[in-house]
Design a protein around this ligand. Sequence first.
Ligand SMILES: Nc1nc2c(ncn2[C@@H]2O[C@H](COP(=O)(O)OP(=O)(O)O)[C@@H](O)[C@H]2O)c(=O)[nH]1
Ligand SMILES: [Mg+2]
Length: 359
Amino acid sequence: MSQPRYILLGGFPGAGKTAALLALARHLRKQGRTAAFIANNHGAELIDTAEFRLEAFPVEEVSGGDLASRFSSLAAAVKKVAASNPNVVLVEAVGTTLDLNATVAGPLRRLEGLEVAPLSVLVDPVRAEQVLGLAPGKPLVPELLALYRQQLEEAQVIVIGQSDRLDDARLDRLRQQLFTAHPSAKLVVISAAQDRGLEDWLRLIKAGAVDRPVPLKVDLAAYAESAAAVGCLNAVIELTLSREASSTALLESIGRHLRHALAGVDVLHLHAALRLDDTRIGTIHFIGDGPPEVARSFAEDLEFGELMINLRAATHPEQLHTAVRAAIVGMAGEFPGLITEFAHLHYFRPAPPQPVHRL
Ligand SMILES: Nc1nc2c(ncn2[C@@H]2O[C@H](COP(=O)(O)OP(=O)(O)O)[C@@H](O)[C@H]2O)c(=O)[nH]1
Ligand SMILES: [Mg+2]
């Protein structure tokens, strides 16, 4: 069996990394190639992992910190996924990560002997337009703006994702602006939702297509401040209903109440999932000021279910906790007899990054 190729993807929280990698995994599967996934996050109980499992892709998790700080856990995950002999291993870096070339891609190549593709960094085109001054919008807090810019600086391939959200003229303008600001990076435009650009992306990151990375100057204290500007909350809530309800109605209700409870907060990503079992999972998302959108649903009504919430926002974790509690109360008010019980609740700021290696 030949060695798998590792594709490492960075990018801001909510950029669409998981969706892009899932689309890539499906795309590879259609071509008769196999993909495995390594998820990375600060907490446990991740919806991303459940989504890959649902589609029967081998998955490992590096949790409790960024990939560089948890390098031994990453090396262990690499060994475990390799057991399924995948052709490609897709590795997502948690959205507050920086310095991936020196602290993750380099060590994986040189210490673990892996074939790692040039570093891809994914951007959400709507947020990218705002950051680059092409469109108005509520600015990011300065710590996060700095993080966003540095993530782009270290990209060998900038992947403009979610291209279905912009018309051609805006996409061209964004591409031009990114090209001017980052002339040494390759650019590719994709849409996970519409299965577009994935082959172009794969072609770009084939060996030899990209120059050596320019070392990034990282101020570790400033980087730690950037990471800590994000509040995180992960929760699992057991739902017991006295009367069966549709998964979509429940998801729409929690989405609506969370949206309301988080008004005025810069939500980087809200991802909620309703899980009946390993094969029946519904999901809802929103980012920024956008409306909640159901991304996945299943037909059966349910009496029991597990509601998972993964929330990232530029605010205090305590505020997220208050909002989630309020939204659960709001949802319960719409389903008479609904009993909710928190099985897992963790709200926190990401731990300061402490890279194990820097090459
Ligand atoms: N319209 C559209 N939305 C997308 C696309 N890819 C991701 N999204 C949405 O972007 C949000 C964040 O996606 P996710 O992959 O979880 O982001 P991550 O935090 O970077 O892993 C979700 O609401 C997705 O539904 C896309 O290609 N098109
Ligand atoms: Mg993700």
